[in-house]
Ligand binder design. Structure first.
Ligand SMILES: [Zn+2]
Length: 242
């Protein structure tokens, strides 16, 4: 499908990112001794961009969803990223320019599509080496939810994350569990508890309190305690994450 791939290439050639970052860097008059700048587009799952400085070398990776954006937008993002790493405040113009771009409906659509497409690859199948998430999900669904939780995509994370043990992505009805829990030393009820927690996110909607979104509302906390080994599981997970 060479031809199809070529058709999806942006019509205008994307700007030279390194050059663009260099320009913004000098415009901001940052005094930090930087010996080299390397900036490239990267196929992140969403609209993510990162910047780091190591031994004087500045490295930036900008979501390739921005490859077609006007240079003004990318310069605004470059300013925001550079300001972040050099502890400055980005200008209001830069922030507004970038934000306005990311809120455009056409861009949101592309971000969602990329998330769906690329995000799926970041999940490992639910049948792990030691625990089977699908089996656990169905079992919990019957034991605690009268089988009413709609089927969701389930999978293990690629990384052995220990800070985030589970995650529910409502956009794609996907539950991801940290692969760290797929171990013979982790008892089944511990995995069950994390899956149960994520299932509660499906059951109990996010509460709105003024400007804040309350994800773990009082109702949520109460429901969590219905899990039989609740306290033991909490203690063990805390221990694991420490
Ligand atoms: Zn949660």
């Amino acid at each position: 499908m060479k031809q199809a791939e070529q058709l999806t290439l942006p019509l205008a050639s994307p700007p030279d990112l390194t050059e663009l970052f260099r320009r913004v860097f000098s415009r901001l008059r940052i005094k930090s001794p930087i010996t080299s700048i390397d900036a490239q587009f990267h196929p992140f799952a969403g609209l993510r961009s990162t910047v780091s400085v190591r031994n004087g070398a500045l490295r930036a990776r900008v979501s390739d969803l921005l490859a077609e954006a006007s240079p003004v937008v990318i310069e605004a993002l470059a300013e925001i990223l550079l300001a972040r790493i050099f502890r400055r405040r980005p200008s209001r113009e830069a922030r507004e320019c970038y934000l306005a771009y990311t809120f455009r409906p056409a861009i949101r659509t592309r971000i969602d599509a990329a998330r769906r497409e690329r995000g799926t690859k970041r999940l490992l199948p639910p049948r792990g080496r030691h625990h089977n998430l699908e089996e656990i999900f169905h079992d919990l669904n019957h034991r605690f939810f009268h089988g009413e939780i709609p089927p969701s995509r389930l999978g293990w994370s690629h990384q052995f994350a220990s800070r985030i043990l589970g995650h529910y992505d409502s956009g794609h009805a996907t539950i991801m569990i940290s692969r760290k829990l797929d171990s013979p030393s982790v008892p089944r009820y511990l995995v069950e508890y994390v899956v149960y927690h994520e299932m509660l996110h499906i059951r109990i909607p996010v509460e709105r309190r003024g400007q804040r979104r309350v994800v773990h509302s009082r109702e949520f906390r109460e429901a969590e305690k219905k899990f039989p080994q609740y306290e033991l599981a909490c203690r063990q997970l805390k221990h694991m994450c420490a």
